[in-house]
Design a protein around this ligand. Structure first.
Ligand code: BG6
Length: 797
């Protein structure tokens, strides 16, 4: 099998036949490289890796390194060897390779390859010894050992350890271990993985691959920016850039990959890595010296430090309708178990610098969309109003498009609107494109752009495999880069973890369901109604939005209103306005106590956007509860109220009553008497301390306001109207209206939305009143009315 040296004469003969003056070539130091693909018969290896290594081999065969290739896996050799060779037989030569040479190269490649079972430390030890003996036997100098870990990430640390103990090369030869994403699933797990791997491998030995960095257009973004710096510098800023978009649209579903995908979802699968990398390449300062990888990394990290934190209002998520069926099938789940993993997302970023301040940077990707396309576009502002002849070039959008492939233009390319500037060619391997005259790019005919494309399209993996051999670490993801990226995405991922994605049918049928709107630093779906009804809920018959009206009924023997999310919110907003107007006409003021959490957000939005006649000037806003933290903190309920409601309405400052959680520069200290202070304020301003309306939500553990299970709240709080309480989750300390105050209200609305709450509602519909276990069951306005506002997702699941 291992016949590196024996094969060389054959090649020499072939080269001589081609008339190449082999002896005239500069001879490279012919060190030997052992390539081991762990997971060598897996999907990625079959699809890309062996082809990439074959290509590498063909470029080196006439005087570079010599090679041996090992496909490693858990299966025994007899079983996996034929599988491996079936894959290897399918590698292909580049189009310009003559058939005879191609056949010869493939034959040699097969001879250089073998399968090894790599399961135990002994297996790795045996491989290490095997490589060593062969090197000695053949008398070849070793250049290095390349381990490509094409296995699930949970196996990395263990394999790295075995490689370290059993396969480390001696002498000056290098060890390079290539790791495929996912590198963790949030900041903490990425840190843990980095620490574990750090125990076996040095940072310079780890090659974390992001195949987007191997795409020719992506790997040349900085080069493009550099050589066109004169034209770009004056316009690459907030005064000229309208927005930046980084988009990866796919038409396929994730069938067959669910065990991986369901744990990760679209944000972790492609946004935290591919799209983020592109974003940094587009926005970072172009290094003075492009080959200085330290400078490039520094500039990249700087962008991470300047990105504004990403909270859930900067994202929309969706899931294609058939997804849960696929989950059930591949993960053997029952129909009660529901996955909320997003398969579509759009996220809005902003960079806090004088250069980019206010420029929206949009990242979006999804499965089962209408087309397969990947691009980044920098759209520039236009200050020209065309009175006539809108087809004139100066009336058209000005943009630069980095097209990574797929889409109507069959190849990757960089396109610059002709009304911007004529770009310099990226390099000698690039050409101006003049064909494809009928194609369009983002709505414009291709003739509106200067287009350049690589002369030869190369596969990203093959490109990166070449870079591994050259030791080009800058084409890979460094540990700092990785952690910075997780640092950016983790808060969003955590805050979205319970959010229900908008369900979309897939493909053309998505219509405008996934269209979203950018407003300041927020993003939201553009259309209100989300009505995708699962046929099983409808007994198989198709249903329309109209077939579900707002229904009234009873829940736990109290009044209940139920509808689809948007209609429910509309009804609650109308009820609220009716109560407000009645209170104002009766006593001149409306006292409303509001809860925190995500449920009321849609209500606030509705009030802001539709209720222009709401009597805000006569309304007093009180807090149902507050977290013990400064009010400006993003997690404070008051902060959210401010962001969602207060800043959009005209309400007198003195009508706003935040809870005094910060007194004497300390948070919620009993002796400071904050709760008592609030109580007095209520007693002073609210007639009989009887709110006109108290809006509550309910947590998954049955808590309401900040009254948590097991607190024996009704006993402990006695006659207090306001109390300090303890939450089981952080931040622990809270201030809350007591059950006494809540039950003294004229009207209490209990708003419960989202599928996540379905289980809880089912339980609540059965349990008896037990405020200690289920605090929400203690809500019974003595001389008032309780109404449950439940959306269909929560009610019907
Ligand atoms: C991979 C993701 O990293 O990138 C896939 O895991 C995705 O879900 C793919 O389809 C997209 O890459 P490309 O090169 O096909 O655009």
């Amino acid at each position: 099998m291992w016949t590196v040296l024996k094969l060389l004469p054959l090649l020499a003969i072939y080269s001589a036949q081609r008339g190449e003056a082999a002896e005239g070539k500069e001879t490279q130091r012919a060190g030997h490289v052992s390539v081991v693909i762990v997971g060598g018969t897996g999907d990625l290896a079959k699809k890309y890796l062996w082809q990439g290594f074959f290509q590498l081999y063909t470029t080196q065969v006439d005087g570079g390194h010599t090679f041996s290739f090992y496909g490693g896996g858990l299966s025994p050799e007899e079983q996996a060897t034929p599988v491996l060779f079936e894959v290897l037989k399918n590698v292909s030569c580049s189009a310009d390779t003559p058939a005879l040479r191609c056949a010869l190269l493939k034959d040699q490649f097969l001879h250089l390859a073998q399968y090894r079972q790599l399961k135990t430390p002994e297996d790795y030890g045996a491989l290490g010894r095997h490589i060593q003996e062969r090197l000695q036997g053949e008398g070849v100098e070793e250049a290095g050992r390349l381990f490509y870990l094409s296995v699930p990430a949970f196996a990395y640390a263990d394999i790295a350890d075995k490689v370290n103990n059993g396969c480390r090369p001696a002498g000056g030869a290098w060890l390079r271990v290539v790791l495929e994403k996912p590198f963790g699933h949030d900041l903490r797990s990425a840190q843990t993985l980095a620490t574990q791997l750090g125990g076996s491998l040095k940072e310079e030995e780890m090659y974390r691959i992001d195949h987007y960095l191997g795409k020719q257009v992506v790997s040349n973004i900085l080069q493009f920016r550099k050589i066109n710096q004169k034209s770009l510098d004056p316009i690459w800023n907030k005064r000229h850039i309208e927005r930046v978009e980084i988009i990866l649209k796919e038409t396929l579903d994730v069938k067959g990959r669910i065990p991986f995908y369901d744990q990760y979802g679209v944000i972790r699968d492609v946004m935290q890595n591919h799209l983020t990398e592109i974003m940094t390449l587009l926005t970072m300062t172009v290094p003075k010296n492009l080959s200085n990888s330290q400078e490039a990394l520094r500039n990249k990290l700087q962008i991470f430090s300047l990105l504004q934190p990403v909270g859930m209002r900067r994202a929309v998520i969706g899931q294609y309708q058939a997804y849960n069926g696929e989950v059930r099938e591949e993960l053997n789940k029952t129909s009660e178990q529901f996955s909320i993993t997003p398969t579509f997302a759009a996220v809005l970023m902003h960079i806090d610098t004088a250069q980019y301040d206010g420029v929206p940077i949009l990242l979006s990707s999804g499965k089962m969309l209408d087309e397969r396309v990947a691009y980044a576009r920098v759209l520039f502002k236009s200050d020209i109003f065309c009175v006539q002849n809108p087809h004139n070039i100066h009336c058209k959008p000005k943009q630069i498009v980095f097209h990574f492939g797929h889409g109507s233009l069959q190849h990757s390319a960089v396109l610059v609107s002709k009304n911007l500037f004529k770009p310099a060619l990226i390099g000698s391997e690039w050409r101006e494109v003049t064909e494809h005259v009928d194609a369009t790019m983002l709505g414009l005919p291709i003739s509106d752009y200067y287009v350049q494309a690589p002369k030869v399209e190369r596969e990203a993996y093959a490109e990166l495999i070449g870079q591994i051999l050259s030791g080009r670490k800058d084409c890979f993801i460094s540990a700092e880069n990785l952690l910075a990226s997780w640092g950016l995405w983790t808060p969003l991922l955590h805050s979205l973890s319970g959010s229900f994605p908008r369900i979309y049918p897939g493909g053309e049928d998505n219509g405008n369901l996934l269209d979203f709107r950018l407003r300041g630093t927020e993003i939201s779906y553009a259309s209100d109604a989300v009505v995708i009804i699962h046929p099983e809920h409808m007994g198989g018959s198709a249903a329309s939005a109209e077939s579900f009206q707002v229904v009234q009924g009873k829940f736990r023997s109290d009044n209940m209103v139920s509808a689809w999310g948007q209609e429910l919110i509309a009804k609650l907003a109308t009820d609220l306005q009716t109560v407000a107007e009645a209170a104002v006409s009766e006593g001149g003021a409306f006292h409303l106590a509001l809860s925190g959490g995500s449920s009321p957000v849609a209500l606030f939005q509705r009030l802001v956007e539709h209720h222009f006649t709401f009597p805000w000037r006569k309304t007093h806003l009180w807090m149902v509860d507050e977290r013990c933290m400064p009010l400006r903190e993003p997690e404070s309920n008051f902060h959210n109220l401010h962001e969602q409601l207060l800043q959009h309405i005209k309400i007198p400052y003195y009508n706003i009553h935040p809870m005094p959680v910060l007194l004497n520069q300390r948070l919620c200290v009993e002796e400071d008497g904050g709760a008592l202070l609030y109580e007095k304020e209520i007693a002073h301003l609210v007639n009989g301390s009887r709110f006109h309306f108290v809006l509550l939500g309910v947590g998954l553990d049955g808590h309401t306001a900040s009254l948590f299970p097991g607190e024996k709240a009704h006993e402990r709080h006695g006659d207090s109207l306001v109390a300090l309480t303890e939450s089981p989750v952080k931040p622990h300390q809270r201030m809350s209206l007591t059950l006494k105050t809540i039950n003294n209200a004229q009207r209490v609305g209990l708003l419960v939305i989202g599928k996540m709450k379905h289980e809880l509602l089912t339980q609540l519909s059965r349990v008896k009143n037990n405020p200690d276990k289920w605090p929400v069951t203690g809500v019974h306005p003595a001389n008032g009315k309780l109404v449950w506002y439940l959306d269909y997702d929560a009610l019907l699941g």
